[in-house]
Design a binder for this molecule. Structure first.
Ligand code: PEP
Length: 273
């Protein structure tokens, strides 16, 4: 069986377990959305790589599909991980325009986003499809980053927790405890994504703590404790350090501010060591 056909655990340094204590290695991920051509990707990486040589967190770049192969070749042998923004649920076949997990792994990807708010709200992806994509990621050898978060209307209506509960139930309930520790959850309030409006540290910590509590209750401490919870939503160099220092936040998913090599390197540098 090829590596890409079965999920293996040696794909990242996510969890360090020493003397029974789980240490979650911070993860700082840049989601480039529909930005940067392959040439622009290379032009980003040339100055970016030397800036993050000594960085302690796990660093992940998530370019658009056409840039993955170029990025994968440049990043090979470095400590920077590559991820994709989406995948199809089937491994191959007559699905014009779609991309499979196996193709992503072949480009050098270790991670894939599932359920990003733009996939949910712009492309209309329901929870059931997000779950199938999460399973397809594992089946194809990728670590899924499950994105969850409420709209502004849901927050104002006091529904933040019930929205998170529905998205987490659909995404993770019943998933094998062997796989669960390798899930990453990104809490991304929809109202903070691409708007310049960041959640306050209190809002980000409250939501992350609620998600951690859900994990302990629903999947148990040993499977749930290693799962990293990222915050995403207008993270920038000047607010990253305080968000990354929150006790239940294990990293950041950064959109717009990850497009600039210096700015993204500054965000990475803001992660606790
Ligand atoms: C994102 O794309 O996941 C995101 C959080 O974007 P931004 O940082 O631009 O709000």
């Amino acid at each position: 069986m090829q590596e890409s056909q079965s999920y293996t655990r040696e794909r990242g340094p996510a969890i360090l377990a020493a003397k029974g204590v789980t240490v979650r290695v911070p993860l700082v991920a840049g989601n480039w959305k529909m930005n940067k051509t392959p040439s622009e990707t290379e032009a980003f990486l040339t100055p970016f790589l030397p800036l993050v040589l000594q960085a302690k967190p796990e660093i992940l770049l998530i370019p658009a599909f056409p840039s993955l192969d170029r990025a994968g070749r440049i990043l090979r042998g470095t400590r920077i991980r590559l991820g994709a923004q989406d995948l199809h649920v089937e491994p191959r076949g007559a699905f014009t325009g779609a991309v499979s997990a196996e193709m992503l792994v072949d480009c050098g990807c270790h991670y894939v986003l599932v359920g990003h708010s733009e996939r949910r709200h712009v492309f209309g992806e329901p929870d059931e499809l997000v779950r199938r994509k999460l399973e397809a990621a594992f089946a194809g050898g990728l670590r899924p980053i499950l994105c969850v978060g409420e709209t502004i209307a849901e927050r104002r209506a006091g529904k933040t927790e019930s929205v998170l509960r529905i998205q987490l139930d659909a995404g993770l309930s019943g998933l094998s405890t062997r796989l669960l520790p390798d899930v990453v959850i990104a809490y991304e309030p929809v109202w903070a994504i691409g708007t310049g409006e960041t959640a306050t540290t209190e809002q980000a910590q409250d939501a992350a703590a609620w998600i951690r509590g859900w994990l302990h209750r629903e999947v148990g401490s040993s499977a749930g404790e290693p799962i990293r919870i990222l915050y995403g939503g207008s993270v920038k160099p000047d607010n990253a350090a305080e968000l990354l220092a929150l006790p239940d936040v294990d990293g950041a998913l950064v959109g717009g501010a990850s497009l600039d090599p210096k700015g993204f390197a500054q965000i990475v540098a803001g992660a606790p060591t």
